[in-house]
Design a protein around this ligand. Structure first.
Ligand code: DQA
Length: 154
């Protein structure tokens, strides 16, 4: 049996500032706290993770392309690029690996410009509004999807 592929957890702009960034919206957990919690939950489910953050749109596109062969599934919090990036939308469609759009806050309850998600229009599904717990729910969904792909039922 081949090793289960890792779950990629990709984070977009300004998420490096978690912990101090608008804590009334995003909570007090830092990105390092979230990484540790994701690694633990994924390990409980028999998977490793690759956890990354960039403020640069093209870097996120490169990582999505890398995930095409290397990831079992992708948890993507694209931050503000969620609402603007045709490039991320196209990359998600191109790679054929399930991508779970993930947000700490619930963009549907916030400003109107956050109500459109170009990422969500290409993603397998969306988990939003649970604070840092959104990532753990997304890891669970990602692990289940990866299991289905790697060991399809007859
Ligand atoms: C976010 C929501 C986005 O609208 C925002 O631009 C972010 C964070 C979230 O996790 O709630 O940067 O993706």
């Amino acid at each position: 049996m081949p090793e289960p592929k890792p779950l990629y957890v990709l984070n977009g702009p300004n998420l490096n500032l978690l912990g101090t960034r608008e804590p009334h919206i995003y909570g007090h957990a830092t990105l390092a706290d979230i990484e540790a919690a994701c690694a633990q939950r994924a390990a409980d489910l028999g998977r490793g993770i690759v956890f990354r953050q960039s403020n640069i749109e093209g870097q996120l596109v490169d990582w999505l392309q890398e995930a095409r062969d290397k990831a079992g599934a992708v948890v993507l919090n694209a931050g503000a690029y969620t609402h603007t990036s045709v490039a991320l939308h196209d990359a998600i469609k191109a790679i054929g690996v399930p991508v779970i759009e993930t947000h700490l806050s619930n963009p549907a309850t916030r400003e109107e410009f956050r109500h459109v998600s170009l990422v969500g229009q290409a993603a397998k599904g969306v988990i939003a509004g649970f604070g840092a717990m959104s990532y753990l729910l997304a890891i669970e969904a990602a692990a289940l999807l990866a299991n289905e792909i790697e060991s399809p039922r007859a």
